[in-house]
Design a protein around this ligand. Sequence first.
Ligand code: ADP
Ligand code: ADP
Ligand code: ZN
Length: 215
Amino acid sequence: MKLILLGPPGAGKGTQAKMLVEEFSIPQISTGDILRAAVKDGTPMGKKAKEYMNTGGLVPDEVVVGIVRDRLQEEDCNNGFILDGFPRTVAQADALQASLQEMSKELDRVISLEVDAEALVERLTGRRTCKECGRGYHVKFDPPREAGICDVCGGTLFQRDDDQEETIRKRLQVYSEQTAPLISYYREAGVLMELDGMQPIPIVKEKILSLLQAS
Ligand code: ADP
Ligand code: ADP
Ligand code: ZN
């Protein structure tokens, strides 16, 4: 299963990717997670990416394209993968096609999660993430049993620096300008599945699974 989860920031890509990892035992490749780890470790790539991420812009295509190309070569991707947050521009989508072609692989599906802008702002301002295991929560829509503590591992939950209203608005604008064109890109390629992402997490999960089983 070689999948892309497409959708604006806050659509639920990370949440559903983690579900698919368990369901299909294939890795989640989140360029956002990889970049945040590089920023935290202070690597040269992280130093370069930090500015763009903090202001809600996109990290240059060549940086993320290189990350994904290397990651797809790793052995755990042999049975498939879930791309979460990549591609985000037409140039990235073209580069992905070229990388897959080199490896004689083909995308199976692109799942596009559709959510209204106001709901996205509410989701992102309430998003919390476990410092230890990366599990995502929401203060209202998916709260942990104990405030601030991860149900799975007991780790501390934190709020991302870029999940504040001003940066969120910028990211949503960047999404509509640079990433939304990928919806028609993949529709034309015949791999797009559009899904209503406004429903509760377990319902979106069931819909994704039934769409994948039907195809
Ligand atoms: P979200 O889950 O809210 O959509 P991500 O974790 O995917 O956010 O991304 C966080 C930030 O990392 C983005 O705002 C952007 O600066 C950078 N980033 C992640 N993926 C990409 C990508 N494919 N291309 C360019 N920048 C990216
Ligand atoms: P993305 O990776 O697309 O940026 P996330 O999966 O991190 O989005 O979800 C953003 C926030 O919204 C998280 O706090 C998550 O718990 C919450 N969330 C995800 N899916 C839903 C949903 N269907 N309904 C309500 N809240 C959701
Ligand atoms: Zn945890």
